[in-house]
Design a protein. Structure first.
Length: 180
C-alpha cells in the first residue's frame, strides 16, 4: 500500500512536479475516451504564476515519498486577471456572492493516474478545508460542464452549483463548498 501524505507546497521542486503532472493531464496529452472517463485539465500554468499564487496561499499537495502525486491549487482573488481563461469565472462570482463573503478559488485539482480511485481527490480537498476553513467562508471553483467525471467528484465532496455560464464556446459550472 502506498503511503500518501497531504501537505502544502513549500519548494520549487514541488511546484515543478505540479507542472509536470499537469502536462500529463491536459487535453493535448490524453485521448478523447480518456477525457470522458478520467476527466481533464483546462489551464496550463507556468512556474512563475504557480510560485506567485503559492506565495500568497500555499497549494495543497499529495505526496508519496518525495513525489507529488496530486495537487489542488489555491488561487486568491488578486490573481483574477492573471489567467485569462479564468477571468469570466471571477465576474460570475462577483455577480452571485455577497461582497462581505470571504472565499478562495481552487484553481485546479489533479491526481496522478496511478493514484486515482484511492481517495486522493477527497484527501486533497479535506486537507484544503482543514488548512483554510478559518480563513475563508467558501471554496469556489469552476468545472467544464462536459467534464462529467470532475463534476460528479466535486458534488460527492460537498460542492453545490452556484451558477452556470458560457465563455469561449464552453459551458462552465461554478460550484462552491460552504465552510461557514
Amino acid at each position: 500500500m502506498k503511503k500518501i501524505n497531504y501537505t502544502t507546497a513549500t519548494s520549487e521542486e514541488e511546484l515543478e512536479q505540479i507542472i509536470v503532472l499537469q502536462g500529463y493531464n491536459l487535453p493535448v496529452s490524453i485521448s478523447e475516451s480518456e477525457k470522458q472517463k478520467e476527466g481533464f485539465l483546462t489551464v496550463k500554468h507556468d512556474l512563475t504564476i504557480l510560485a506567485k499564487m503559492n506565495s500568497v496561499q500555499q497549494h495543497i499537495i499529495a505526496k508519496n515519498e518525495d513525489k507529488v502525486i496530486g495537487y489542488a491549487l489555491c488561487m486568491t482573488k488578486e490573481f483574477k486577471n492573471d489567467i485569462p481563461v479564468l477571468e469570466p469565472m471571477f465576474v460570475q462570482i462577483d455577480n452571485v456572492i455577497d461582497v462581505s463573503t470571504s472565499y478562495i478559488t481552487m484553481g485546479q485539482i489533479c491526481v496522478d493516474k496511478e493514484y486515482r480511485r484511492q481517495g486522493v481527490f477527497r484527501g486533497l480537498y479535506q486537507k484544503m478545508k482543514e488548512q483554510l476553513k478559518g480563513k475563508y467562508d467558501l471554496l469556489i471553483t469552476e468545472v467544464d460542464a462536459d467534464n462529467l467525471r470532475s463534476l460528479q467528484a466535486h458534488y460527492a465532496v460537498g460542492f453545490e452549483k452556484l451558477t452556470t455560464y458560457e465563455a469561449s464556446g464552453v459551458t462552465w459550472q461554478v460550484v462552491c463548498w460552504d465552510w461557514a
